[in-house]
Write a protein that binds this ligand. Structure first.
Ligand code: CUA
Length: 338
């Protein structure tokens, strides 16, 4: 009985020390959404359970090693035991209850995370290799930065045009894949002002690790002001081919291509500034003038004639994604970049 009491106290103390140690490491980033609250609550209970189970093994084992080891001169057999019904019932029933408890907590947490607010604002998320675009249907424009008003539920309806990507902002905790051919949904209610990053959490090709964009959680008034400004710009831009091309380029091209003279980090893609009309040397040593025909070929069949110094990285999916009119609009935009 004395050993039992000592081991119980040791196990409880060890559980506490491990739990406090693990939680003080700051493994989680700040939480910035109401969905994060129930996920962190569930996570916290799992940390308690993990700390207890670790202590439950290590504390009795260490105690037994110290107290019951064979002394000098002892040569006999240890005491034999045959079964213990009470112990067997306890170690069957208690874990069963623990599993049921965690199943209930998990289901409750999932219910909280997926509770749809009828006043949620819809934002459509488009993913292509290797770029995010956020479309605001209530306002009629798209952006490559995700602006969110604070304390309002956002319903993200997400689509991918090529491969599987995954939308993940660690501070919001929730994560969801984008699967070609279907629309997936994610609910986020931001409750902390600040700047975060959305990253792609599914290995999706050579530039997967650069598939990141800014996420800004703003006061409602600041968000409204920005959205109305973007709406006005989009209405103006949609009147000309180059304006439409600029919007399309932001969605499909500018994750890799830079329009200014500096190369985007990590992605070897031709810079668009001054590209149209330029004479480029190809890999086989011949040269080509970058005219409309060459740009169309490079979009539809990007591996046909690659400029010297570049690797064949460009996705070959745009023949399915972009219409002829859209390609002409993009080329009209490239022509303006002198
Ligand atoms: Cu998209 Cu990884």
């Amino acid at each position: 009985m004395r050993h039992f009491v000592i081991v119980s106290i040791l196990t409880a103390a060890m559980t506490y020390v491990i739990y406090v140690g693990l939680t003080s490491l700051g493994l989680m980033p700040v939480h910035a959404s109401t969905q994060a609250t129930s996920i962190d609550w569930l996570w916290d209970w799992q940390m308690r359970a993990m700390s207890f189970l670790f202590a439950l093994i290590v504390a009795p084992m260490s105690y037994a090693l110290v107290v019951f080891h064979r002394r000098k001169g002892e040569t006999g057999e240890g005491q034999h035991f045959e079964g213990n019904y009470n112990l067997e019932i306890a170690w069957t029933v208690l874990p069963l209850f623990a599993v049921f408890a965690f199943a209930y907590m998990g289901a409750y947490s999932l219910g909280e995370v997926r509770r749809l607010d009828p006043n949620a604002m819809v934002i459509r998320v488009h993913a292509v290799q290797w770029n995010w675009t956020f479309e605001y249907p209530d306002y009629g424009f798209s952006s490559d930065v995700l602006h969110l008003p604070i304390n309002r539920q956002i319903r993200l309806l997400m689509e991918s045009t090529d491969v599987i990507h995954s939308f993940w902002v660690p501070e919001f905790r929730v994560k969801q894949d984008l699967v070609p051919g279907r629309v997936t949904e994610l609910l986020i209610t931001p409750d902390r002002l600040g700047a975060y990053r959305v990253r792609c959490a599914e290995l999706c090709g050579i530039s997967h690790s650069y598939m990141e964009d800014d996420v800004l959680v703003e006061e409602t008034a600041d968000f409204e002001e920005w959205a109305l400004e973007q709406q006005a710009i989009a209405i103006e831009a949609s009147k000309t081919p180059e304006g439409r091309g600029r919007i399309l380029a932001a969605t499909y091209c500018l994750g890799c291509h830079s329009i200014t003279s500096t190369q985007l980090s990590g992605v070897a893609a031709p810079v668009w500034l001054g590209l149209f009309g330029k004479t480029e040397t190809l890999q086989d040593g011949s040269s080509v003038v970058v005219d409309e025909a060459y740009l169309i070929e490079s979009i539809l069949n990007p591996l046909a004639r690659i400029v010297h110094g570049f690797t064949p990285n460009m996705p070959q999916t745009f023949a399915n994604t972009l219409s002829a009119d859209q390609i002409n609009d993009i080329i009209a935009f490239i022509k303006t970049l002198k």
